[in-house]
Design a protein around this ligand. Structure first.
Ligand SMILES: Cc1ncc(COP(=O)(O)O)c(C=O)c1O
Length: 401
């Protein structure tokens, strides 16, 4: 298998070995910015959205796509999605609400699903009558009822089953381990009782059972969807089922992309013919593979048995690989040695004083030298959005092309 398994139309090698992304010479673009650079391809984001909407259409269900802003809140990207039309936005905090509105989303196109929502948060959210709010705790239902009796709400349920990338427990939000998310089956009667007490109409069942699932996890996802769907039996007035996000993409060689035909068939089987609108709120699926993080090689040095490639950006710029073991594979922006059998296994290390600050270990790369650029692929989601200023090395530039 080629070490460059990630090659596709908009991300490929030019004939001279230079990495081309969205029609641009990546190293040349990076050279214009003397600091870490996140590069996003707007056309790829739109193509990902179109592919997902086509799969939803095949399910035969009425549907609605909300982009999960927590994944990447770069304003030009949000403005692009708002201008695209037909795409709503999923938010999880009042500040995200303000940013969504500032970037062109109407309150009626915004769906809120948050956790540990404080009274001060609710006061800001409830001031928008058209905003849809999914409640993930009994307390949240009560607090909304006290403040705005008669409002229409959704309830996030926790089906007690879930899945995530590579069956990772850390990426599973509903499963064996009790999580903070959503209303469990044994709380359901209380949730409905609270809604009734305050005259709240429950229009929506919401669930989000994990992140990064691929085709291998679809059986587990199917079971979780079935369990979540069973909550609908008590809600004849429900109009919408929000199936969350969590759709994954390949991170390692040999991983096939998510089988959207199977995914869509699961939706059709559980929700088809019931007059429900199926809402989906992906983050990663839309933006993750549409982004690169470009870093510069600072030095290349052998230490004992390891050849290190040190770069000018660390895990604080994209914490997911360190936190969730979701790799962002490093790729050389210029390949001078086209024969992969002559590449070296290297460890790519960042500039943060933490032992875990490694982008990749034992990773085959062509010979590199100081000043070369490397691109971390799959950096479009949960990178800049989750970045921190740890070690005061949080400086970066973002560019949507
Ligand atoms: C409630 C909810 N919806 C949607 C998402 C987006 O998930 P993803 O980016 O995996 O699609 C998340 C992510 O944590 C979430 O918690």
């Amino acid at each position: 298998m080629s070490p460059e398994w990630w090659t596709r139309d908009d991300l490929r090698r030019g004939t001279d070995g230079r990495l081309i992304f969205a029609g641009h010479d990546v190293a040349a673009l990076a050279a214009e910015h003397d600091r870490p650079l996140f590069l996003y391809n707007g056309a790829r984001i739109r193509a990902n959205a179109a592919r997902l909407r086509a799969a939803l259409a095949v399910s035969g269900c009425a549907h609605r796509l909300y982009y999960a802003m927590k994944c990447n809140r770069f304003p030009p990207l949000l403005r692009m999605l708002a201008a695209e039309g037909g795409i709503g936005i999923d938010i999880c905090s009042p500040d995200e609400m303000d940013l969504a509105i500032a970037c062109g989303f109407a309150p009626g196109d915004i769906s809120f699903t948050g956790t540990a929502v404080a009274p001060r948060d609710l006061d800001r959210l409830l001031a928008r009558p058209d905003l849809h709010i999914n409640c993930d705790s009994l307390a949240q239902i009560r607090m909304i009822g006290e403040r705005t009796p008669g409002r229409t709400i959704g309830i996030r349920v926790n089906p007690g089953l879930g899945t995530g990338y590579g069956d990772s427990a850390r990426l599973t939000y509903a499963g064996e381990r009790t999580t903070k998310f959503g209303i469990y089956r044994e709380q359901w009667a209380d949730a409905l009782g609270l809604a009734a007490r305050y005259g709240l109409t429950v229009s929506t069942i919401h669930f989000h059972v994990g992140c990064g699932y691929l085709s291998q996890q679809l059986d587990a996802w199917d079971a979780a969807v079935g369990e979540a769907a069973s909550f609908l039996a008590d809600l004849p007035q429900a109009t919408t089922v929000n199936i969350g996000g969590g759709l994954g993409l390949p991170h390692r060689a040999g991983e096939p992309p998510l089988d959207l035909a199977r995914w869509s068939a699961i939706i059709a089987r559980h929700f088809g013919g019931r007059g429900l609108t199926v809402a989906v709120e992906p983050g990663d699926y839309l933006v993750k593979d549409a982004g690169l993080l470009l870093l510069s090689v600072v030095w290349v040095e052998r230490k004992r048995d390891t050849l290190f490639v040190a770069v000018d950006g660390g895990f604080n710029l994209h914490p997911e690989p360190a936190h969730y073991d979701l790799p962002c594979e490093p790729v050389a922006c210029t390949v001078r040695e086209p024969d992969p059998s002559r590449w070296h296994a290297v460890t790519v290390a960042g500039n943060i004083n933490e032992a875990l600050d490694l982008w990749a270990e034992d990773h085959p790369m062509p010979p590199l030298r100081e000043g070369d650029r490397i691109a971390l692929i799959n950096a479009g989601g949960y990178g800049s959005a989750m970045s921190s200023n740890h070690c005061m090395r949080g400086d970066f530039v973002e560019l949507l092309i």
